[in-house]
Design a protein. Structure first.
Length: 129
């Protein structure tokens, strides 16, 4: 016959279980807080004047998609693996397209302001398509 656990042992195991649940909850709250911090400071989701709940969800969805794209870029493009989100976004913002009308209804596109970061990102994404 197995020895019966004492009340003290049961209480200690319940406390340990309770603490592990608290720790998991704290870590999940911390992850959510970091995600919102990144959305606000790096992806630059600013307070917007929206009047409906759907509009708020739309803003959060667009920001989450942007965050996902940056995370995937960091994962798949070697030169930006250790680069901060802010630097990746700044490099992509510098890209410029100038469109010149040729007169016969055609338009010619000129791309400029390339650097090593946005070249690597575009090369990775364009070689996949």
């Amino acid at each position: 016959m197995l020895p019966r656990p004492s009340l003290k042992t049961s209480t200690i195991s319940l406390r340990i279980d309770h603490l592990s649940v608290k720790l998991r909850l704290h870590r999940s709250k911390d992850a959510i807080a970091k995600l919102f911090h990144s959305l606000k400071s790096e992806v630059e989701i600013k307070p917007v004047r929206v009047w409906t709940e759907d509009a708020v969800y739309g803003v959060l969805l667009i920001g989450s998609i942007a965050q996902l794209m940056i995370s995937l870029t960091r994962h798949f493009v070697k030169p930006v693996k250790r680069m901060s989100t802010k630097f990746i976004i700044d490099a992509l913002k510098k890209l410029t397209v100038t469109m010149v009308s040729m007169g016969n209804g055609l338009k010619k596109r000129f791309y400029s302001n390339f650097n090593e970061v946005n070249k690597a990102i575009l090369a990775e994404y364009l070689c996949e398509t």
